[in-house]
Write a protein that binds this ligand. Structure first.
Ligand SMILES: Nc1ncnc2c1ncn2[C@@H]1O[C@H](COP(=O)(O)OP(=O)(O)OP(=O)(O)O)[C@@H](O)[C@H]1O
Ligand SMILES: [Mg+2]
Length: 380
């Protein structure tokens, strides 16, 4: 987005996380409509009591590991065990002495911000427990080493399954995409509605949605998450941190962070799921590099909706569901935060879309016998 006056890339990879220092931290009031979702939020708060057991996650505290233990688990941080790398550092697959398979993230020694993110990540994931949030198993603070130990997510990130697919990967079917959207929305609903005080995630993107063997999604990376707003406040002011292409425009420009900033980022992820295009893709021609800008002209004409769909779907989706998914996405991407929906309403709408029985193109790499040609699909 052009609204960033300056940004500092923390990434070794192509996608840039941005940091713009815009001064003081404060809290103040702004509009936040939506009666239906407000009611749901009240329900959420009452449900929150005794929540962790029902969320399918135990709230076992994160364990403290010694560096030697984690070096042994990853066989000396062997290159062969390297499963990814982000702005924070490298991620290795490992096996603890208990036999548990884990992902070990090692903070690279290149700045203080990473250390702050480390502390926030440990605090947040020690307090937050939900089946759609990745589980923090432990951490290591030996000497100047900072490592995080997570449950291992065997299918990697959503980003790995949407873009630049290698030959061994099947494109995600429409129903898998809807399932992932619902799970990610439920994770966000937990942060916004069930956590008390609410948590603004601030780093929602396809690289931070990790997948288990059944493509159940879990949100990861809470190093940028912020508590609040509380009481009558609807925003906190803070330095602008996030990932280029996913940040809400008002947050990028003013540093005013609200729950609606996350809704905008969620809209960008929905758009990636629908189109199979990256939020920012510098390999595309000018005008197509920023996904949200590219999509705006399509939003205003329903007849063009079908042209937004990822070509890898090969037309195998119910057109009515596609239309509804695009309508939800467009609402999330409203320029004005007050017009964006609350997460509770998004969960309800996506659950409905995900419940629509449609033929699967691929299930575990096997073609479904019910497969219909695109012309036979629902075209309402
Ligand atoms: N718990 C995990 N289980 C399996 N793979 C993981 C896990 N955590 C991270 N990874 C892999 O490591 C990659 C890098 O993750 P990481 O969170 O460090 O960076 P990122 O989210 O891609 O970018 P950044 O942190 O700079 O915003 C992920 O894309 C994913 O493939
Ligand atoms: Mg990440």
């Amino acid at each position: 987005m052009s609204c960033f006056s300056c940004y500092v890339s923390r990434r070794k990879k192509d996608v840039s996380r941005v940091e713009v220092d815009n001064g003081s931290r404060s809290a103040s009031t702004a509009g936040n409509g939506g009666t239906n979702a407000t009611e749901r939020k009240k329900e959420c708060f009452s449900e929150a009591k005794g929540k962790n057991a029902r969320n399918g996650q135990s709230s076992t505290p994160a364990a403290s590991f010694g560096f030697r233990e984690l070096a042994a688990a990853t066989r000396g941080f062997k290159e062969a065990n390297l499963i990814g790398e982000g702005g924070f550092g490298r991620v290795y697959k490992g096996r603890l002495s208990t036999g548990e398979v884990v992902a070990v993230k090692q903070l690279s020694h290149d700045g203080r911000q990473g250390f702050q993110e480390f502390v926030t990540e440990v605090l947040m994931l020690s307090l937050l427990h939900h089946s759609n949030l990745v589980k923090l198993i432990g951490y290591c603070t030996d000497g100047d080493q900072r490592l995080l130990v997570y449950e291992y997510m065997p299918m990697g990130s959503l980003e790995d399954h949407l873009f630049d697919l290698t030959q061994d990967k099947e494109p995600l079917s429409w129903s898998s995409r809807m399932k992932i959207a619902v799970g990610a929305a439920r994770g966000l609903e937990y942060l916004h509605c069930k956590a008390d005080p609410p948590v603004i995630y601030r780093d929602l993107k396809s690289a931070n949605i990790l997948l288990d063997n059944d493509f159940n999604p879990k949100l990861s990376d809470f190093g940028l998450a912020k508590l609040g707003p509380v009481g009558d406040n609807t925003h906190v002011s803070t330095r602008v941190m996030g990932t280029y292409g996913y940040c809400a425009p008002e947050y990028a420009m003013s540093g005013k962070l609200t729950l609606k900033s996350d809704i905008y980022s969620f809209g960008v992820v929905l758009l990636e799921l629908i189109t199979g295009r990256r939020a920012i893709d510098s390999s595309k021609r000018p005008g197509e590099q920023n996904l949200v800008s590219w999509s705006r002209p399509y939003f205003s004409d329903r007849r063009k909706f079908v042209h937004m769909a990822d070509p890898l779907l090969q037309g195998l989706f119910p057109v009515r569901c596609l239309h509804q998914a695009i309508a939800i996405t467009a609402m999330c991407l409203q320029e004005q935060p007050k017009f964006r929906p609350l997460i509770g309403d998004i969960v309800v709408a996506l659950e409905y879309l995900a419940s629509q029985n449609i033929p699967e193109t691929h299930r575990h790499g096997v073609r479904s016998p019910q497969l219909q040609s695109p012309s036979k699909m629902d075209r309402n």
